[in-house]
Design a protein around this ligand. Structure first.
Ligand SMILES: Cc1cc2nc3c(=O)[nH]c(=O)nc-3n(C[C@H](O)[C@H](O)[C@H](O)COP(=O)(O)OP(=O)(O)OC[C@H]3O[C@@H](n4cnc5c(N)ncnc54)[C@H](O)[C@@H]3O)c2cc1C
Ligand SMILES: *[C@@H]1O[C@H](CO)[C@@H](O)[C@H](O)[C@H]1NC(C)=O
Ligand SMILES: *[C@@H]1O[C@H](CO)[C@@H](O)[C@H](O)[C@H]1NC(C)=O
Ligand SMILES: CC(=O)N[C@H]1CO[C@H](CO)[C@@H](O)[C@@H]1O
Length: 760
């Protein structure tokens, strides 16, 4: 049985399997002194502990878990390696500088004060020489540090990466040594048809060209086979491809645009920088799945370090990893966008019809046979308190009980654009170039009002065997790289409209948790990470009638490593205890429709500050989430605030609960002046190239066309005028559907030259 399980786990795409021991030498460039200090920090974050009396009785796995330390190899080197790959330059400099200081006596004295003094010569210890309890004390101080914000940021960075590696690292059998103790077993034997699937064609095989498998010589041949006109310019080292429409990005927006435009008879090329994976490739293993399927492996943060931004980066984009909540654009939001933003589209029946088409194509179902633990808790708590709970429609089947969709759905049941819209596009001759990143848009001068015309895009493959630049020439270019990257492409190509990159909305969230001991409540069976991710939601109503809700409450997918990075760290022992409870710790998050916004300054250069009104709404949602957890029977509840804010509910009086709730705050980032802080995680990015009725109001017009260059369209979440307030995928796809339909009509009216501006 055990053998059998391992066999299965080894399946899936090699890139999505666990690593095992590293074969190549580390290239992180940390010095021996820095590594010594880093190891000493890791050994405090996850220390080796003698098991407590009540854990002594527990099984061996738990005892081993308590004894294990993050100072043990290969964790520190893996941490350094991951940091050097993922951290922003200035963050890495900070980490290396602090580690360097901790490697010296003077530096340790400056950063740890009296804690590093000892009675024996040489009286001042280096960080690595200090006893564990004093090191722990120093770390706790840094985490609360308000005078020297960089120290807090250092603490945050090392904590996040150390815990991530400790809980996500896997051996050659794709097993992590601590998962047994925690009781975490990612679904591995759920895809029975894997063997059969291995020999069958993948849904996009007819149209996908995976540049990772090609060379300069083979790529043009393959492209020509797909019906594209390809010419090579050896002198400029360019491979030139001709088509009708080129689309950058294969996510929610790009996928829909590809289907609509290919369906209208145009030759479409989609450029996607991620790779192509299908159900049979997915492994549910958190570490490699994050690194392959997410933008920067899930480590995109805001410049201040206060927000962690999740975005998909694979064929299907966010839709391949999304949590399957399908929610239509609320009527109030549609009215607001039509009236206040002067965008009549949102009020039209055409938009309503588009949402229906999207629902139909995704096969959205609202029924759910059995909810997972987290949604059961949300429902139970709401019912007890007399709050309304709404079922959330999903595009998967009613019996779909799989909590790992966020790492790619292994059952193939969930429908992202990679199994829906892109399949339609490929059936109509579209070509999808993967592992290929669009770098710059190509323009020529034009006679129309905009003075400029977009004629295609230059892209490069991530495969070093392909040295040629790919010049994709098209009648129409569609940017659909998502809200974090579309503005970077536009700005990097010389466009100047001031709205490009502005108005970035994030739906910032705050987390509440409640612990439910196993075997206590038979109606609340299961583990937190099992079952449909979002099947119920609760809207936190405003005090007055007719006012929009203040926040919505939903439940997240949180892998064991993500939990390690998100849980507050107040001591090594406390963290281990929290992790042991992971499987029965239910999370509910409060999400706000943010009226505040941020700015995309460049790739991974994102600024965002939570608006005070948004923070107040977030706090209201957080308090409501905690009430729901208490009502559902949690024995302990808390938030993710850095001080480890928590309340034991056993025997707590109503007054005690109220007092606790009074102390709950909205999210303040690690750079705030407050001693207590939290991280803000978001998976919804919108608005960074918003539509506007005039060039003074937005980066693109009401049909998605750039104000500066004709035949350049934006078709993704970045065109939304503001935040939607609910999960945005359906809105993004519906908008993309309408915009792409408009582009197809333009092309039909004037096939040779796109639109005729004199008749505008
Ligand atoms: C973990 C997670 C869970 C989510 N759950 C839900 C949910 O349950 N319900 C819901 O409604 N929404 C959900 N969302 C949000 C939703 O998935 C996104 O809002 C949506 O995918 C955004 O669509 P988009 O078209 O703007 O961009 P994306 O879908 O992000 O697509 C952009 C694509 O473009 C590619 N790209 C970018 N730049 C370039 C370039 N220069 N060259 C080539 N390719 C490029 C990227 O790799 C990416 O694949 C979730 C998001 C995440 C990350
Ligand atoms: C997100 O996933 C759901 C089901 O898991 C799917 O129905 C939906 O189509 C996906 N979203 C998009 C935009 O593809
Ligand atoms: C910060 O946390 C500490 C410890 O829980 C608490 O006593 C204090 O009141 C908190 N401060 C603020 C501003 O919330
Ligand atoms: C209503 C609907 O079309 N539901 C579909 C959801 O998806 C499953 C499979 O993924 C289909 O079997 C259902 O018909």
């Amino acid at each position: 049985m055990e053998e059998d399980k391992k066999q299965r786990r080894r399946q899936g795409h090699p890139l999505l399997r666990g690593g095992g021991a590293r074969k190549e030498p580390y290239t992180h460039g940390f010095s021996a002194t820095q590594m010594m200090a880093l190891t000493a920090v890791c050994g405090v974050l996850v220390p080796s502990l003698p098991p407590d009396a009540h854990h002594l009785a527990a099984d061996k796995a738990v005892r081993d878990f308590f004894l294990a330390s993050a100072a043990d190899p290969p964790v520190p080197d893996e941490v350094a390696q991951l940091m050097s790959a993922m951290c922003l330059r200035e963050a890495l400099t900070l980490v290396r500088t602090v580690l360097w200081l901790l490697g010296t006596r003077l530096g340790t004295l400056a950063l740890c004060g009296a804690r590093c003094l000892s009675w024996s010569s040489p009286f001042v210890q280096r960080f690595a020489e200090m006893p564990v309890d004093r090191r722990e004390d120093a770390l706790r101080r840094w985490s609360r540090e308000t005078m020297l914000p960089p120290l807090r940021l250092f603490f945050l960075l090392v904590k996040v990466f150390c815990l991530y590696v400790f809980y996500s690292w896997t051996d050659e059998n794709s097993e992590n040594p601590h998962w047994r103790a925690i009781g975490y077993s990612p679904a591995t034997d759920e895809a029975p048809e894997q063997e059969e699937q291995a020999n069958t064609k993948r849904p996009l095989d007819d149209g996908v060209v995976e540049t990772i498998h090609h060379t300069d010589a083979s790529l043009p041949i393959r492209l020509a086979e797909k019906g594209l006109a390809v010419t090579e310019d050896a002198a400029r080292n360019v491979c030139r491809i001709e088509c009708d429409v080129v689309i950058v990005g294969s996510g929610c927006g790009g996928g829909v645009a590809a289907a609509v435009l290919a369906g209208a008879g145009h030759k479409v090329v989609v450029i996607e920088k991620g790779n192509y994976f299908t159900a049979r490739d997915y492994t549910s293993i958190e570490g490699p799945s994050m690194s392959q399927l997410y933008e920067y492996g899930g480590f995109v943060s805001t410049l201040s370090g206060s927000g962690l931004l999740l975005a998909g980066s694979t064929v299907g984009g966010g839709s391949a990893v999304n949590w399957s909540a399908c929610i239509k654009t609320p009527d109030s939001v549609r009215k607001e966008w039509a009236a206040a933003h002067g965008l009549p589209l949102f009020d039209k029946s055409e938009y309503t019809a588009a949402m229906d088409v999207v629902f139909k194509r995704l096969g959205v179902t609202s029924g759910c046979k059995e909810e997972g633990l987290q949604n059961k808790v949300l429902r139970k708590g709401c019912e007890k308190l007399g709050y309304k709970v709404e079922p959330v429609a999903r595009n998967s089947s009613e019996g779909h009980y799989c909590g790992s969709c966020g790492y790619g759905c292994r059952t193939g049941d969930k429908r992202g654009t990679d199994t829906t819209w892109l399949v339609d596009a490929v059936a109509r001759g579209a070509v999808i170039l993967t592992g290929c990143k669009a770098e710059k848009l190509l323009f020529t001068d034009a006679a129309g009002a905009r003075g400029k015309r977009c004629v295609g895009v230059v892209a490069t493959s991530s495969n070093p065997a392909i040295t040629r630049k790919l010049e994709v020439r098209a009648k129409v270019t569609v940017a659909a790289g998502g809200s974090l990257l579309t503005p970077v492409l536009l700005r990097g190509s010389g466009l100047k409209n001031p709205h490009i990159g502005k108005n970035l909305h994030l739906h910032p969230i705050a987390m509440a948790w409640g612990y439910f001991p196993p075997d206590k409540m038979p109606e609340l069976r299961g583990k937190m990470y099992e079952g449909g991710i979002i099947t119920s939601l609760h809207k936190v109503e405003a005090a007055g009638d007719g006012l929009p809700h203040r926040a919505i409450l939903e439940t997240p997918l949180m892998g064991v490593a993500a939990a390690g990075t998100q849980f507050p760290w107040v001591s090594g022992r406390d963290m281990k205890e929290r992790m042991l409870n992971y499987g029965r710790t239910v999370h509910i998050f409060s999400l706000v429709r943010d009226r505040g916004s941020g700015t995309v300054h460049g790739e991974r250069r994102i600024a965002y500050h939570l608006d005070p009104v948004d923070r107040e709404n977030q706090r209201e949602g957080l308090r409501r989430a905690l009430r729901i957890l208490v009502a559902a029977g949690a024995t302990e509840v808390g938030t993710h605030r850095s001080d480890g804010q928590r309340l034991s509910c056993k025997g707590a009086t109503d007054e005690e609960v109220e007092e606790f709730l009074d102390g709950v705050t909205g999210v303040r980032g690690p750079q705030s002046k407050s001693e207590n802080w939290s991280l803000c995680c978001t998976a919804h990015q919108m608005g960074s190239c918003r539509m506007g009725a005039t060039a003074g109001d937005g980066a693109v017009d009401a049909r998605g066309e750039s104000w500066e260059a004709e035949r350049l369209y934006v078709c993704d979440g970045s065109v939304l005028p503001s935040a939607v307030g609910v999960n945005p995928m359906i809105t993004i796809q519906s908008v993309a559907y309408c915009l792409a339909t408009g582009i197809a009509e333009q092309l039909k009216r004037d096939p040779s030259s796109g639109r005729n501006h004199s008749t505008d």
